[in-house]
Design a protein around this ligand. Sequence first.
Ligand code: SF4
Ligand code: SF4
Length: 147
Amino acid sequence: MGRSRSLTAAEQHRICQHECKARCCRYITIKIPAPKVKADFDEISWFLAHRDISVYVESRFWHVEVRNRCKYLTRSNLCSTYENRPDVCRNYDVEACEYPARPKHTLQFDTKEDFDAWWARKRERERRRRKQRRLAAKKRSSSAPKR
Ligand code: SF4
Ligand code: SF4
C-alpha cells in the first residue's frame, strides 16, 4: 500500500526494521503461466501440497509465492549484504510496498483444497456453458428454414 508522503531514510529504516520486520525479505514470488490444460492445474495443485506456498493472480498474471526468509536477513531484520544486495531488492519501492496492508489479489490460494475446489467449480461452469452453446446451436439449426 502506498504512503501519503515521502519518507526520510531514517523513517523508512525504522518502519522496515521495527514495524514491518522486513516482510519483503521473507518470501520470493515467481511468475508462472496461467493454467490452461489439466496438467497445468495439476501442477499448481502439487505446488500447494507443499508447506509455505501460495498461488495468486494479480492483474491477470499468475504467481507462486514461496515463504522462506532470505539467508542474508539478520535476526534484527537488517540486510547483512546491503552493499551487494540484488537489484530486485535495491529497486523495491518502499513508498509503494505492501506494508502495512498485504495487497488484495484477484485470486489467492493458500491451500490445495481451496484451489481444487475452485478448479472443480470452474470446470463445472465451463461444462454448463458448453452444454448451453450446444443446445443453442441445436435450436438454431432446427428453427432454420428447410429447403
Ligand atoms: S515490505 Fe515495505 S516496509 Fe516492509 S521491509 Fe519491505 S520495503 Fe520495508
Ligand atoms: S538480500 Fe538483503 S534486502 Fe534482499 S531479501 Fe535478502 S535481506 Fe532482504
